[in-house]
Design a protein around this ligand. Structure first.
Ligand SMILES: *Cc1c(COP(=O)(O)O)cnc(C)c1O
Length: 379
């Protein structure tokens, strides 16, 4: 982050970087333009609706994991497409979804049969699809692998009921996570082998998310070829619904050092928490980069960075710095726009970080500030 003014902000806080967001959106827009595919923001990763009008200028819309995300898109990006996929819908939610969504994707034939008659009464406005599970994924972390054994996500070929396709316009698969176009190419081969015979009767195929399109070195040519191949061969519209790629490297978490202690090594306690503010650090596991830092022992001063919570494992990692850390020092964690704010919680009574937008002009705008009442109200 170039903007030194950021360092004066009260911590902890997130800073969304408009410039970086726009760079990502330009890449995604060019994929839409080159192929005619449609790209949707998966709101699960990033739901900062203050920038939805900006996002709407570049890509075709959003996808939701259920009613709340769909409503958010409807209220804040209502002029673009809204798609929804959920492993299971509730009756009371489904009626409202029908009034706001363009596509609704079902996870099983039993869900499709359950909602079919209600769904088809909206078939002039809404299209319906099924999530398939090709049982092929290159994701090695089980918690992020929709194709692990006995997965509940998507219909496998053995469970596919081809007689129940009446009213279905599209198929959806989501089997990737932070992966390149070569993975998509290999995945598509399996998807086509297993389900390709149904494609020509469909209007659209949704390739899901997990495409690391805006990461440096991503092979967009291969992505374009994959999209072209499916669209041309089967006469369908391809959709992609990346979450990460939309806001990749487009945000920071700014924190302060609260204390420095020692127990066999240097320890720094900071006012941000892995458990509350960057849960992927514990789940994935994942190591965020901090400005001017290295792995342990790369620079002279190594610290274990931990949160001011009571959870022993609330540790972000071991980082080294050129100079000793001091109480009050600011640390800037990178790539904190995605899967962060949407996952925040107030475990241990830890405050929710404020959210700022670093505008293209350099102006810093406060989007959200939280206080004690946000903690109390939820309990
Ligand atoms: C999580 C998810 C996405 C977005 O995935 P990213 O890895 O953030 O690109 C898209 N579609 C579905 C069905 C998902 O579950």
């Amino acid at each position: 982050m170039n903007d030194k003014n950021i360092y004066t902000l009260p911590t902890p806080c997130y800073v969304i970087e408009e410039d970086a967001l726009i760079k990502n959106l330009e890449i995604l827009q060019s994929i839409e333009q080159q192929t005619g595919c449609k790209i949707l923001l998966a709101q699960k990763a990033f739901s900062n609706y203050h920038v939805y009008p900006l996002i709407a200028q570049y890509i075709s819309g959003t996808t939701a994991s259920g009613l709340y995300e769909a409503k958010l898109a409807y209220e804040e990006m209502g002029n673009r497409q809204i798609h929804c996929y959920s492993p299971a819908y509730k009756d009371e939610d489904f009626e409202e979804l029908l009034t706001i969504c363009d596509h609704i994707v079902f996870n099983s034939f039993s869900q499709w049969k359950h909602f079919k008659s209600k769904a088809l009464s909206f078939s002039d406005k809404v299209e319906f699809g099924l999530r398939i599970n090709p049982e092929y994924s290159e994701i090695e972390t089980d918690i992020y692998n929709p194709c692990f054994q006995n997965s509940r996500l998507g219909i496998t070929l053995a469970n596919f009921e081809e007689d129940e396709m009446d009213g279905i316009s599209g198929l959806h698969f989501h089997t990737m996570c932070e992966q390149g176009a070569e993975t998509l190419k290999r995945t598509l081969k399996v998807v086509e082998e297993k389900f390709g015979r149904y494609f020509s009767n469909m209007k659209w195929i949704n390739f899901g998310g997990g495409h690391h399109i805006t990461k440096k070195g991503y092979d967009t040519d291969t992505l374009v070829r994959c999209i072209d191949h499916i669209q041309n061969r089967y006469g369908v519209q391809v959709y992609l619904e990346p979450g990460e790629a939309v806001a990749l490297n487009a945000g920071y978490l700014l924190t302060s050092v609260l204390d420095i202690t020692k127990n066999g090594m240097n320890i720094a306690i900071i006012d941000a928490s892995a458990a509350c503010h960057m849960p992927d650090v514990l789940e994935m596991p994942y190591r965020p980069y901090i400005t001017d830092s290295g792995e342990a022992n790369v620079f002279p001063c190594t610290y274990r960075l931990g949160a001011a919570t009571c959870l022993a494992g609330d540790i972000i990692g071991d980082y080294s710095f050129r100079e000793p850390l001091k109480i009050g020092d600011k640390l800037v964690f990178h790539d904190m726009a995605i899967y962060s704010m949407v996952k925040n919680n107030t475990f241990n009574g830890v405050p929710l970080p404020s959210i700022y937008l670093l505008e293209k002009s350099g102006n810093i705008k406060l989007l959200k500030k939280f206080d004690y009442s946000d903690f109390k109200r939820r309990l």
